[in-house]
Ligand binder design. Sequence first.
Ligand code: SAH
Length: 280
Amino acid sequence: MKDDSNGPARAESAASSDRRPRGRVSLVGAGPGDPELLTLKALRRLEAAEVILHDRLVSEEILALANPAARRVYVGKVRSDHSLQQSGINQALLDWAHSGKQVVRLKGGDPFIFGRGGEELEALVAQGIEVEVIPGITAASGCSAYAGIPLTHRDHAQSVRLVTGHLRNGSSDLDWPALASPGQTLVFYMGLHGMQEIRRQLIAHGLPPDTPMALIEQGTTARQRVHRGTLATLPSSLDSSLVQPPTLIIVGGVVGLHATLDWFDPGEANARGWDTGHRR
Ligand code: SAH
């Protein structure tokens, strides 16, 4: 069942506290796209859910695995209006839990990696709501695996950094000298808009312009595309107007391994009906 309003009816949430049924909120990671990357625990909670609040990044195929009687509430966020919408989402979670429901807050990837799961958990814990967090496969793990790009490799990278590419204050948001150190893999989430600045700053702070770089589009789905190049050349091989979000950027020597380790065939995945894609 779909629903336009975010929360339960006021009369329901105003039930007297001692007679209230106990609600519970599960913050659940849905993984990066391929429904088979859901955890067993996530699937069980989806099957038992009474209310599901979900994001834009969660595919229809994953929602189709949920209890068909569950009320579905879409709480996708607009890029420019995060904070206002986030407080509305927190409130809706509280209201549904107070009304005694088994609530699943379903998020793309992992709830604690650029997913605002921490903020939602803070709001729920502050109100004494029963909560749990079910981790998911984050985009960095899912996309790198399906693109044949090991995030660490003894010959190339001894550490990995997961970085936001959403540069709110221009380039000053990030510690560029640290990001430009050798021997590590950088994974930029939300980096498509800031890609030129990211490339420029990494080169300016000392990464060689021929450092391998990849942009992975709709990773782990039947429409996955991997654009590979270097910090200097990637844009000439990529017409960003044709790129379909979500996209992930990986920078570092490990990206070169894609040429030989690229095992995933999205066309075959499509034919086998693995996944037909992200919700938009
Ligand atoms: N909590 C999520 C991240 C949310 S931020 C996680 O753990 O994966 C949203 C960003 O995640 C997108 O802008 C994109 O950079 C990345 N992302 C999520 N799913 C993706 C996918 N299937 N392919 C490529 N990038 C993805």
